[in-house]
Each structure stands twice: as structure tokens, then as C-alpha cells.
Design a protein around this ligand. Structure first.
Ligand code: SAM
Length: 257
């Protein structure tokens, strides 16, 4: 019989003993890989990441089609999920905001915005440096809050869900896209790739030891879908659901306030 999983509070990179230290380590880790983050993302995911961001944005087309919607993409990093939301919105121009606590990651997002601005594209996203666990927004402000591959890195998952619920309007929706561990034969292949190949290639290409070993560990620690859905319900979300993407390597959690 397999051992029951321990209740995990949040991300805890190796060597960190409390949530503050974990958050600091996470921020330093992403800051250290910011210059090569996009390249590594696309190489290591064989570009499937682009499909996942687009698919997630499409799931919220009904909100993005409303000009008075306010959209927040948490842990936006270099902004690819944020740009996918913006693109899905088309000419409808709701306000789309990307937030992250790593200055270096946001800097890359801003640089990627510049060609869009100079091409005269209206409604490019806005960027803000902010901690997802303590957002500088009033309650009931947003129609949609998303997070792609960021939520798993929070030092406290329940606090993260409560903060998302706080800033959402009643009826507002949340979408959390993140990795999960597939089962069966695909699971074997996935573990081989994620634990053996990816940390080596990631370390080689980024020139930084650590972050790409942390990635598979953080996915292993992350609550299984059923537990994540229970946590979402406890944080006040209804209609909580999980849709697996690409054999369950990733998946989208959704919930309504
Ligand atoms: C794996 S990256 C994901 C970036 C982007 N969403 C994507 O899909 O490529 C995770 C991001 O989460 C950010 N992050 C982690 N914890 C955070 C927190 N507490 N508040 C804000 N950002 C956080 C990191 O700085 C990093 O940029």
C-alpha cells in the first residue's frame, strides 16, 4: 500500500525551512534564469507550452469578450499567458494585467510588449510587480484571475487561493494552469524525461544549477487534482473542475467565485 501524501502548505525549494525563505528562494531562482527562461520553456516543452496557454485563454473567451472585464494574470513571468489572454480578447479590449514578484521576469515581459506597442497594437497588457499572496488590489476587482505554471511556486497554496477569491468579483472565474504527474505508461516516460533529462538540459542551457531540479520536485509535491479541487472549494470556489491537457502532463483548474 502506498503511503498517504503529507499535506503540503506550499512550495519549499531545497534548503528552505519556512514560507518566507521559500518565497525568497523562488524569486531568486526565477530572477537567475529570466534571461533564458523563454528559450528553455519552448525547448524543454517542445513548444507545447504555447498550445496550453492558448487553450487556457480560449476557455475564458466569454469573459475576454466583454470590454468591461478586468483580467489579472498572476505569476505572469515573461508574460506569455498574459499575451495569450490579450490576443484571445481581440478588439474587445478588456483591461489585462500581468503580475509577478520577480523584477527580472517582468522586465522581459515589458521588453516583449514594446514591438506590439510600436506596431500600434491597442490594449497591450500592463505589468505590475506584486506578490500573489498579498495583492495590491481591492476586493472584488477582477472578472478573471489566471496563473500559468506559477501557482505551484507559491509558498502557501491555500493563502494563494484565498487571495485570488478575495480579488475576484462575485461570479468571477479563476483558471490555474499547471503541471501534474500523468499515470500509467505515459507517467513512466514523463518521469524519465522530467527527472532525468530536463534537469540536465535545463542546467546546461541556463548555466544555473538548481531551478531545473526544483521543477520536477515541485510538481511531485504539488497536490493531486482531487486535493487541489477540495482546496479550491474550501477557499470559496464553486463549479471547481480540472481538465487534463496532453495526457495529464498539465491541466487547467477552474472555479467560480
Ligand atoms: C514558471 S514561471 C511561469 C511564468 C509564466 N506564467 C509562464 O507561463 O511562462 C513562475 C513565475 O511565478 C512567479 N512567482 C512565484 N511566486 C510568486 C509570488 N508569490 N508572487 C508573484 N509571482 C510569483 C515567479 O517569479 C515566476 O516568474
Amino acid at each position: 500500500m502506498s503511503e498517504p501524501r503529507k499535506l503540503v502548505i506550499g512550495a519549499a525549494p531545497e534548503g528552505t525551512r519556512d514560507p518566507d525563505a521559500a518565497a525568497r528562494a523562488v524569486r531568486e531562482m526565477f530572477t537567475s534564469i529570466a534571461p533564458r527562461y523563454d528559450l528553455l520553456n519552448h525547448v524543454l516543452s517542445f513548444n507545447v507550452d504555447r498550445l496550453w496557454w492558448r487553450r487556457t485563454a480560449r476557455s475564458f473567451a466569454h469573459i475576454l469578450a466583454q470590454p468591461d472585464s478586468r483580467v489579472l494574470d498572476l505569476c505572469c513571468g515573461t508574460g506569455d499567458m498574459t499575451f495569450a489572454l490579450r490576443k484571445q480578447a481581440g478588439n474587445h479590449a478588456p483591461q489585462v494585467l500581468g503580475a509577478d514578484f520577480s523584477h527580472a521576469m517582468l522586465q522581459r515581459a515589458r521588453e516583449k510588449s514594446l514591438p506590439k506597442i510600436s506596431n500600434g497594437k491597442s490594449g497591450t497588457p500592463h505589468w505590475i510587480e506584486a506578490d500573489a499572496l498579498c495583492l495590491p488590489f481591492p476586493g472584488q476587482h477582477f472578472s478573471l484571475v489566471t496563473s500559468a505554471f506559477g501557482f505551484r511556486n507559491l509558498a502557501n497554496y491555500d493563502a494563494g487561493l484565498r487571495e485570488i477569491a478575495r480579488v475576484l468579483r462575485p461570479g468571477g472565474e479563476c483558471g490555474i494552469l499547471d503541471f501534474s504527474e500523468p499515470k500509467g505508461a505515459i507517467g513512466h516516460l514523463y518521469r524519465l524525461y522530467f527527472k532525468q533529462v530536463l534537469p540536465r538540459v535545463g542546467t546546461l542551457l541556463s548555466g544555473v544549477r538548481g531551478p531545473y531540479a526544483y521543477l520536477p520536485n515541485s510538481v511531485e509535491r504539488f497536490p493531486e487534482p482531487q486535493e487541489m479541487l477540495d482546496r479550491m472549494r474550501r477557499a470559496g470556489f464553486r463549479e471547481a473542475s480540472w481538465t487534463p491537457y496532453t495526457f495529464g502532463i498539465a491541466g487547467l483548474y477552474r472555479g467560480k467565485k
